[in-house]
Design a protein around this ligand. Structure first.
Ligand code: THU
Length: 132
């Protein structure tokens, strides 16, 4: 599956964001190691701190869909409000749990409109499940 297809799933998910407080809409799409695609959007709450980011909601969708395919090949993140839109620190750690290899963001300065980052650059020297 090409990166543009994964990013399109993230863009589409951003349309379903529930972000009445920040008005900052985010969509994420995870491509798993077995080639499945799982999307998520941010879902905010009147009790502000309870909101969940798009990346974590995509990871939860992945975990639910198939316990046998929880390896994250890459995550694409899109927002109509910011390009690039990088995952927050909490989401970086959450994706780390599932071995995320690559983060793809929209980047208007690139000819393709997309830019990929190795996960190690996004969250260096990270803590993961193999330590426990
Ligand atoms: N948000 C995400 O969903 N993902 C990101 O990568 C950055 C921030 C959400 C959280 C909150 O609903 C809104 O964007 C503003 O912070």
């Amino acid at each position: 599956m090409d990166l543009e297809t994964v990013m399109d799933a993230a863009r589409e998910a951003a349309n379903n964001a529930y972000a009445p407080y920040s008005n900052f809409r985010v969509g994420a799409a995870i491509l798993t190691e077995n080639g499945a695609l799982h999307a998520g959007c941010n879902v905010e709450n009147a009790s502000y701190g309870l909101g969940i980011c798009a990346e974590r909601s995509a990871a939860v969708a992945m975990a639910l869909a198939d316990p046998g395919d929880r390896g994250v090949q890459l995550v694409a993140v899109a927002s109509p409000n910011a390009a690039p839109c990088f995952p927050c620190g909490a989401c970086r750690q959450f994706l780390r749990e599932f071995g995320c290899k690559e983060v793809v963001v929209e980047d208007p300065s690139e000819a393709s409109g997309l830019r990929s980052y190795p996960f190690e650059e996004i969250l260096p020297h990270s803590f993961g499940p193999e330590v426990l």
